[in-house]
Design a protein around this ligand. Sequence first.
Ligand code: FFO
Ligand code: ATP
Length: 187
Amino acid sequence: MPNTTIRHTVKKARNALSKAQQQRAAMQLALRVGRHPAFRKSHTLSLYLASKGEINLQPLIRLAIKQGKRCYLPVLHGPKLKFLEYKKTTKLIKNRFGLQEPSLSEEIRASQLDLILCPLVAFDNKGNRLGMGGGYYDRTLGQLKKRRKKVIWGVAHELQRQAGIVTYWWDIKLDGIFTDKRVTTPH
Ligand SMILES: Nc1nc2c(c(=O)[nH]1)N(C=O)[C@@H](CNc1ccc(C(=O)N[C@@H](CCC(=O)O)C(=O)O)cc1)CN2
Ligand SMILES: Nc1ncnc2c1ncn2[C@@H]1O[C@H](COP(=O)(O)OP(=O)(O)OP(=O)(O)O)[C@@H](O)[C@H]1O
């Protein structure tokens, strides 16, 4: 399927999930990520605040903060993202897409993050990611040098899995995917 068709179809399916289904998925994701070594070993991690049917990371954020981990959120900065700390007291403002982001808090360089949980629209078993089409994660994470450790993971509802995604030279590869149902590493 062409990527535009995938984007359209998956967004529609994701938006159709009920509140109860969304809550259950968010809890299951938090449990699954919470017991994974990539999360357990992490001290600094970036997440996102869900919008329009994206899997909600709030239960996971609460768990991470309770365990003393430092949580960061993406903030639009020109063509790229910055990562700013997110705490209970952090003031949020809406960016031009209507997404909430920290207005003023401590910044961390992407290379200092132990775990980066990326939002996405669709993914496949090879670790390919299709996002909202802004190219923000690609531009920001494409520059990470020597990716020895598995830091970049996608998070999604299981229904966002596709048989294959058409990719381009700028697309970053995911080191793994967490869904409400499974953990997958590229194969
Ligand atoms: N929750 C969340 N935060 C995120 C991202 C994301 O995908 N999800 N991003 C990941 O890169 C960045 C923002 N990227 C975006 C890129 C494009 C559009 C966009 O085109 N929005 C359309 C509506 C699309 C729709 O309704 O599905 C618009 O506002 O017109 C939005 C965000 C940073 N923060
Ligand atoms: N590293 C890069 N260098 C130059 N241009 C880039 C780079 N990464 C992405 N782009 C541009 O961004 C546009 C959007 O890319 P793409 O459709 O892959 O975004 P996405 O991964 O879906 O979005 P997002 O990461 O914001 O969720 C592309 O048309 C491409 O021209």
